[in-house]
Design a binder for this molecule. Structure first.
Ligand code: PNS
Length: 164
């Protein structure tokens, strides 16, 4: 039984993230999506909102769970019994920082292996920050995020709506 941890900010979840979840779920027995609670970042959505949106987007997918964590990813990987950390790779530009993080995590816990899953060509250019910018200026985001994320994202980015 291999558990894989898929950590990230997911602010908000995109179709690119869901693609990685599906691929990971096709390989590993249990996938734990872990939403980072990071007090030093100013997120668009609270961790509770992000978890609720992810759960709704997952529908009836089997073998996939959603949790929040704070602190080090590797500590949370140990806590949930994960032997694998999954990260999606979009382009070469992702590689350096992802490689650094993977090596640091390996140093902290040699028994946990980071596995990179390449994103599909369709999602190559997708990022949560780009989508937020698109939404902020009235662009159509429905192609890039799950249907249940479209409304909250547009609403949150409407001028005058306070962020959490
Ligand atoms: O979706 P993101 O923002 O690219 O995810 C980054 C994340 C949450 C995976 C990374 O920042 C992280 O693991 N943060 C927790 C602190 C940690 O363990 N850092 C790496 C080793 S020092």
């Amino acid at each position: 039984m291999i558990t894989a941890l898929y950590p990230g900010s997911f602010d908000p979840l995109t179709h690119g993230h869901l693609d990685i979840v599906d691929r990971a779920a096709g390989i590993f027995d249990r996938v734990v999506i872990a939403v980072l609670e990071n007090p030093s970042k100013q997120p668009l959505f609270t961790t509770g909102e992000r978890v609720a949106m992810i759960r709704e987007s997952l529908g009836d997918r089997k073998g996939v769970e959603v949790s929040t964590f704070s602190g080090l990813t590797i500590d949370f990987a140990r806590q949930v019994g994960a032997r694998v950390i999954v990260r999606g790779l979009r382009a070469v530009s992702d590689f350096e920082s992802e490689f650094q993080m993977a090596l640091m995590n390996r140093r902290l816990e040699p028994d946990v292996t980071t596995v990179f899953i390449p994103t599909s060509l369709r999602h190559l250019f997708l990022s949560s920050s780009l989508i937020k910018e698109l939404a902020e200026f009235g662009g159509d985001i429905s192609e890039f995020v799950p249907a249940n994320v479209v409304g909250p994202l547009k609403q949150r980015l409407t001028a005058g709506t306070p962020r959490p």
